[in-house]
Design a protein around this ligand. Sequence first.
Ligand code: RIB
Ligand code: CA
Length: 298
Amino acid sequence: MRRKIIIDCDPGIDDAVALMLACASPEELEILAVTAVAGNVALGHTAANARRVLEACDRGDVPVYAGCPRPLLRPPVTADRIHGETGIDGSGLPPPTRPLADGHAVDLLRDTVRNAPGEVTVVAVGPLTNLAAVLVQRPEFAAEAREIVVMGGSAGPGNVTPHAEFNFHADPHAARIVFESGASLAMYGLNITHQVRVDDQVLGRIAALRSPPARAAAGMLERYRDSGGALHDVLAVGHLLRPDCFGLEAALVTIDTSETGRIGRSIVERGSGTNARVGFDAAAGEFLDFLLERLARY
Ligand code: RIB
Ligand code: CA
């Protein structure tokens, strides 16, 4: 059975590669929609970048909805120093030709999941603002969503502060709402995503592919490698395609929303209750080979 998914993202270079992997996997994934959120760069860019990447993958048919333009409470932050001013610097992709879909991402998420209870998986790889807005408006969403696969947080150190990872730091209140919602959650935090990085060897293999998406990926990752090259968001899509590459454990994840230096921190406690399955181990080589095989399909 193909898995119905909505990808909520803030493209962002690793978001872009995650979209490419999803588009290259039509036997397993039915992409119902992509929803954009402010994060790595402003919403105008993330909503345009989602369309740019989908069109490069010949999936301009997938509707893209714009979502929340800022976090629930915290002042907006970006990661443009990593992803570039546009958010996908290096891609060489043209502006989108198709318009945004009419309507707000929050309404799309709410209504799509409500109309197909138990069938739709949300892959959330940016700040969780859109999802939190849905959950405040319609708490039933938590039970109606088949699963929410989150790239965010960490069972170890952060990457924006010593304590907090970017997505959870950008909107800690949204992350807390999602992790307290009772939804079926899988969390891919920095502790596992840092195990899967683009290095010179992987970059060379991608650069050897000649399709437009692969060329765009190579251009983006050339830049992104200098920031460590961890394929954070790609693992969230990989969770649906190659779960055998990842080891997850049940844990209790709580989000620090204190107005202190620890804001956005995710505290992960194994063996004491559970609200999420948390990734700890990745078969990096095997998953990277799989990613290359899928990118070679273009
Ligand atoms: O901390 C990594 C996460 O923040 C990834 O989703 C990346 O795209 C940025 O949004
Ligand atoms: Ca992201």
